[in-house]
Design a protein. Structure first.
Length: 367
């Protein structure tokens, strides 16, 4: 009995809950992979390219444009082959005979259209309607052909855009232009560029254009507004002095103001579109950056036009090399050091038997 009372009077140990272990552990952000900056290099020259360009021009004229597919392949292969990133160069491996088949088909359709215009307006309208309906499919096949025949090192590019997406982009672009009276035309450019980049890949790395359509609107309309203000100010000065310069000089001044605005606005728009595009292109966890400036880029484009006009086109190779070299010299790739980066992809050298078999039979496995 005493043992029971003693047992009852014992103080039961109190269990103290350690609330410290019940607190949720803070989430640790995964560190982003380190980035390495790599620049592009161009090894070509205007003198060397002038020889290729002149031969292409002469043979194209002599063969009545039948040599143009070979000229196009040589031109692209020259620019690709002289473009270097890391230790590797690009390459264009398309067979000119396939380009020739496409051009012969296009020429045949053109001849049929010209003949039908003289006989039947209904047949001509139907042919134009079929061509318009086929345009998204043609654009998609062109992008697939260029990507499949473009290589970096030993890895080919690949374009995975579908016909459904191509037609969706086309109809959306048409609706945007109709309902906005072409005021939102920069959105159409944005839709097309996004379709091109977001379905392009190299190896396992996917390209992506991460920019909003509003940036493209500003890229177009800011130069337009700037040139409009300059034109208005110039016309106001001319109007002020109209009594002294006369009506003829006044008309000449208005025309020159218009031409000046056109000559200034298009290079600025192309410069800003180029900058906005390549400053927002991603490749997996890597990304591109360009250091080109609006005024420098615009001056190169504008001066190239002037030089081409004054030289009757003979300075076209120099102008092409000048702009391309400036673009590459200021383009950088910030490469992520992860297991799927560009270096590891280029270290693999898979068998090309399947690709060559598909090339022989002109069959694309991604269809």
């Amino acid at each position: 009995m005493a043992y029971k009372l003693l047992f009852r009077n014992q103080v039961e140990p109190v269990t103290v809950k350690n609330t410290m272990h019940n607190k949720p552990e803070p989430e640790i952000d995964q560190p982003s992979p380190p980035l390495e900056k790599h620049s592009f290099r161009f090894h070509g020259s205007a003198t060397e390219y002038f020889g290729i360009w002149m031969v292409n021009l002469m043979l194209t004229i002599i063969t009545l444009t039948l040599y143009s597919p070979w000229a196009k392949a040589r031109r692209i292969r020259y620019f690709y082959g002289n473009t270097q990133l890391l230790k590797y160069r690009f390459d264009f491996i398309a067979m000119p005979s396939r380009i020739l088949l496409g051009r012969l088909l296009a020429l045949e359709l053109y001849v049929v259209t010209v003949i039908l215009i003289n006989y039947s307006i209904l047949a001509t309208s139907s042919l134009f309607l079929i061509a318009a309906i086929s345009l998204p499919w043609l654009i998609r096949m062109t992008l697939k052909f260029k990507a499949r025949n473009s290589k970096y090192g030993n890895v080919r590019f690949h374009f995975s855009g579908s016909n459904r997406e191509a037609y969706r982009v086309l109809w959306l672009a048409i609706l945007v232009n109709i309902f906005t009276l072409f005021l939102f035309s920069p959105v159409v450019i944005w839709l097309y560029k996004r379709y091109c980049f977001n379905h392009l890949s190299i190896g396992q790395l996917q390209f992506r254009l991460g920019i909003q359509w509003s940036k493209f609107m500003s890229a177009v309309y800011i130069p337009l507004c700037l040139c409009l203000l300059i034109g208005i100010a110039w016309i106001a000065v001319i109007v002020y002095w109209v009594d002294l310069i006369g009506t003829n000089l006044f008309t000449l001044g208005v025309v020159l103001s218009y031409l000046f605005c056109l000559a200034l606005v298009w290079p600025m728009i192309s410069a800003r579109l180029y900058m906005y595009t390549w400053n927002h292109v991603e490749l997996g966890q890597s990304y591109f950056k360009t250091r080109v400036t609006t005024w420098r880029y615009s001056w190169i484009v504008l001066s190239n036009w002037i030089v081409r006009a004054l030289s009757l086109g003979l300075m076209t190779p120099w102008a092409s090399i000048r702009l391309y070299e400036y673009q590459l010299a200021n383009l950088e790739l910030y490469l992520a050091e992860d297991e799927t980066n560009l270096k590891n992809i280029l270290q693999r050298d898979p068998s090309a038997i399947a690709d060559e078999v598909l090339d022989i039979f002109d069959f694309d496995a991604s269809l």
